[in-house]
Write a protein that binds this ligand. Structure first.
Ligand code: IPD
Ligand code: CA
Ligand code: CA
Length: 263
C-alpha cells in the first residue's frame, strides 16, 4: 500500500471538507445546534462534512471499515479502518473561534498508519504516514526538545461531561500551573496533538477522549519523534479514553506527574 499517496489524498479531502466548514460558519444559527449529550454539541455541518469524507474514502479504499463520530458509516472492515472526526472543536466552531479541525486517520489492525489534521483557522495541514515522518504543509516537523517543567508549555482538555476524576485533575492542573510556562485548553484534541508534533506544545494530556479525536494526532506525534501512552504507560490510548503525549525528553517527568494523580 502506498501510504504517502493515501496521505496526499486524505490531505486534499480534509482541506475540501475544511473549506465547506469555513463557508458554513456564517450560515449557522441557534436552530442548527443539536445536543448529543451534556455540553456535547453538533450541527448539520459536522454531519454533512462527515458524509462528504466517507463517500470519498469508500472510493479510495473499498475494503476499509469506518469509525466515525457522527455514525455515517458503520462497516467494520477486517484489517483497515478509517477513523474520522469531521469537525474536531465543534464548540469553538459554533462560537466562531479557532482552532477547529478535520481529522482523518487510516488504521491497520487498530494502529494508525496514515493521518491528517487540517486546522481550518490557520489553513494548516498536518500529515504523517507510518515510517514516513510528519509534515506541516509539506515541510518536515519534529517535536520540541525541552526537558524540564520550567521550560514547557502544555495543553489539555478540561472535563466537560465526565467529572469522575475532577478532583485529581485539578491537582494536576495546580502543579503544572505553578511549575510550567502554562497550560492551554484549545478545544480541539486533534490540534493539541498536531501542536505537540510540531513543537508548539511540549506535552498534552486529556481523559474521556474518543478514538476519532486522537487517531491522526497520535501518528503525527509518533512520526515527529514524540511519545504517546495511556495514563498507565500502556498502549490503550486510542480506545482507552485517556492519553498523554509529549516530546521524548520531557515525557518521563510529565508522565510521572499525570500518572501520580490520574492513574
Ligand atoms: C472535542 C474536542 C475537545 C476535547 C473533547 C472532544 P468535538 O471534540 O477535541 O478539545 O476536549 O474531549 O470531544 O466534540 O469538538 O469533536
Ligand atoms: Ca472530537
Ligand atoms: Ca467532532
Amino acid at each position: 500500500m502506498d501510504l504517502q499517496h493515501i496521505c496526499r489524498e486524505i490531505g486534499t479531502l480534509a482541506q475540501e471538507a475544511g473549506q465547506f466548514i469555513r463557508e458554513q460558519r456564517s450560515q449557522i444559527t441557534n436552530d442548527d445546534i443539536e445536543l448529543k449529550g451534556k455540553a456535547s454539541l453538533v450541527t448539520y455541518v459536522d454531519k454533512e462534512a462527515e458524509k462528504m469524507i466517507v463517500a470519498r474514502l469508500r472510493e479510495l479504499l473499498p475494503e476499509a471499515g469506518f469509525i466515525t463520530e457522527e455514525g455515517t458509516a458503520t462497516e467494520s472492515g477486517e484489517e483497515y479502518k478509517w477513523v474520522i472526526d469531521p469537525l474536531d472543536g465543534t464548540t469553538n466552531f459554533i462560537h466562531g473561534i479557532f482552532p477547529h479541525s478535520v481529522s482523518i486517520a487510516l488504521t491497520k489492525d487498530n494502529n494508525p498508519i496514515a493521518g491528517v489534521v487540517y486546522e481550518i483557522g490557520q489553513n494548516e495541514l498536518f500529515s504523517a504516514w507510518k515510517g514516513g515522518g510528519a509534515y506541516l504543509n509539506d515541510q518536515p516537523i519534529a517535536v520540541s526538545k525541552s526537558a524540564t517543567h520550567e521550560d514547557v508549555l502544555l495543553a489539555t482538555g478540561f472535563p466537560y461531561y465526565n467529572f469522575d476524576k475532577l478532583e485529581s485533575y485539578l491537582k494536576v492542573l495546580e502543579f503544572f500551573m505553578i511549575e510550567t510556562r502554562g497550560m492551554r485548553r484549545m478545544g480541539s484534541a486533534a490540534v493539541d496533538l498536531a501542536y505537540v508534533a510540531c513543537g508548539r506544545f511540549d506535552g498534552f494530556f486529556e481523559h474521556a477522549l474518543h478514538a476519532w479525536d486522537v487517531a491522526a494526532g497520535v501518528l503525527l506525534v509518533q512520526e515527529a519523534g514524540g511519545k504517546v501512552t495511556d495514563f498507565k504507560g500502556g498502549d490503550k490510548y486510542l480506545f482507552g479514553k485517556e492519553l498523554i503525549s509529549a516530546n521524548a525528553n520531557y515525557f518521563p517527568a510529565f508522565f510521572a506527574k499525570v500518572n501520580e494523580h490520574l492513574e
